[in-house]
Design a binder for this molecule. Structure first.
Ligand SMILES: *Cc1c(COP(=O)(O)O)cnc(C)c1O
Length: 469
């Protein structure tokens, strides 16, 4: 299996070559040259596999430069009942007839990002050891990504994490999750500024190529192909749980921000998983809903990017979206390079009105948008009718799932976080605090390990240099 850039660069890469890389050399995103096809016999064989073995089977189709025994061991070490809480790893819970929640948030940081990040941590450790190299991960987070990365990389050999976050802006629970980590290879940097300042610092540091090379700076952002392919696995696992035979189809509803999660659903569907609809749910930051309704992709400025009660979906542009557009325009790299390069730079938007009907008909995409009032109502309704507490992001997904249901087709809503991470809205909706998993009792009181720095890239560089001995 070889990987190509969405912008047409002629290079072809293997999995482990792109594992530690971000963008392709031409600024595009990596995708497999072709999607491996899963036939009926294979699907039948996979139906009964434990999650870790299913992960191995799927990853094997995409990874040809890690020996099979090693890859199987990495999968089995990653997807354990101990780490993810249940034997099924991603169990389904039935709500109304034909509507399910798929639990993806029982990993170490209580958001679905653990599903991919835990694997990435083990893949990084394996590949760095094989190369005899080290990597310093520099990131910016406003919550879920940073904690998932830190819990995945803590104690891993050859890896250090330097995670910037806007000082005082994350929820107390999220701060406690990150800052209570005492591992020597994890460094929390609270920046005196907002999230954009953190991102600017990451860009400035990574843009200093001499520094980047000397200190082996890398990232774990959502465009990483290994993260995406890890997410493909739970679409298969959800399908098998919701159906009795491979003759049936299901739909998935996905709370979306950077288009990483639902892009994995698209890949699963392209591989032949019988998926009817991919239901994309946004909050008030509806860049993607607008695209799937109208064909216009219009990047938002910072004054048009709202702070909402589903903050992990507060995006101004969707960094993984280019992968789907590549498929939508017939894998025409030159066209993608033009759309995401010149056209976006010049106009801040592009128009695919002529193609968007096919996004629905050929690729199964439909979309919808939800508001704070919708979230509150959906959380309350789900609690009252099913005695199930859902978080704000999952509520966005469930609301749009109900709008897009088709008779006879089970609808699986991906649960992307647990309510404890976003307690304020739960209290607003239900008049009570969310349930807290026992292992997180009192984490706000644990000693904190964090360094406060001004919003200044030079000082962040100094900190990195001083801690890379
Ligand atoms: C990251 C995140 C999302 C958005 O996922 P994308 O892959 O960026 O579309 C949704 N919900 C939660 C809780 C998240 O942490």
């Amino acid at each position: 299996m070889l990987y190509i850039s969405t912008r047409g660069h002629p290079d072809r890469r293997h999995f482990c070559e792109i594992l530690l890389e971000g963008l392709a050399p031409d600024g595009g995103l990596y995708l497999p040259q072709a999607y491996p096809q899963v036939d009926a016999a294979t699907l039948a064989k996979w139906r009964t596999l434990p999650y870790a073995d299913l992960a191995f089977e799927i990853l094997s189709l995409y990874i040809d430069d890690i020996p099979a025994e090693d890859l199987r061991a990495i999968c089995r070490k990653t997807y354990t009942e101990q780490v993810f809480g249940t034997r099924e790893i991603v169990p389904l819970k039935k709500l109304d007839e034909g509507v399910y929640l798929q639990a993806l948030s029982n990993g170490p940081t209580l958001a679905f990002k653990d599903m991919a990040m835990q694997l990435l941590g083990n893949l990084f450790e394996y590949e760095l050891a094989r190369r005899g190299e080290e990597l310093n991960i520099l990131g910016a987070t406003s919550g879920d990504t940073g904690s998932a990365a830190e819990y995945a990389m803590r104690g891993k050999k050859g890896v250090r994490v330097f995670m910037t976050s806007p000082q005082g802006r994350m929820s107390p629970f999220q701060q406690a999750q990150m800052f209570s980590l005492q591992d020597a290879n994890i460094h929390n940097l609270a920046i005196e500024g907002v999230f954009d300042d953190c991102q600017d610092i990451v860009k400035a540091v990574s843009g200093d190529l001499a520094f980047k090379r000397k200190y082996r700076i890398g990232t774990v952002n959502s465009i990483n192909w290994a993260r995406l392919v890890a997410q493909v696995v739970y679409y298969f696992a959800g399908y098998f749980q919701a159906t009795a035979s491979n003759a049936e189809r299901v739909s998935f509803a996905v709370p979306s921000g950077n288009f990483g999660n639902i892009c994995a659903g698209h890949v699963a569907r392209m591989m032949g998983l019988p998926v009817a609809r991919l239901v994309l749910a946004t909050n008030e930051n509806d860049v993607l809903d607008e695209f799937f309704r109208t064909g216009t992709y219009r990047v938002r400025g910072s004054k048009d990017t709202y702070e909402t009660s589903s903050p992990s979906m507060d995006i101004s542009k969707a960094s993984n979206f280019e992968r789907f557009v590549f498929d939508l325009v017939g894998r025409d790299g030159a066209r993608v390079r033009y759309l995401f390069g010149e056209e976006l730079a010049a106009k801040g938007q592009f128009d695919l009105a002529g193609d968007v009907a096919r996004a629905r008909e050929q690729y199964g995409f439909v979309s919808g948008r939800s508001t704070h009032a919708d979230r509150v109502a959906t959380i309350r309704d789900t609690w009252e009718r099913f005695h199930t507490m859902i978080d704000t992001h999952t509520a966005d997904g469930l609301k749009i799932a109900r709008e897009q249901r088709q008779p006879g087709v089970p609808m699986i809503v991906l649960e992307t976080a647990l309510p404890i991470k976003f307690a304020e809205t739960i209290v607003e909706a239900l008049g009570r605090e969310p349930d807290r998993p026992a292992k997180f009792a009192g984490i706000e009181q644990l000693p904190k390990r964090v360094t406060v720095l001004p919003a200044d890239a030079a000082q962040v560089k100094q900190f990195i240099a001083a801690h890379c001995a």
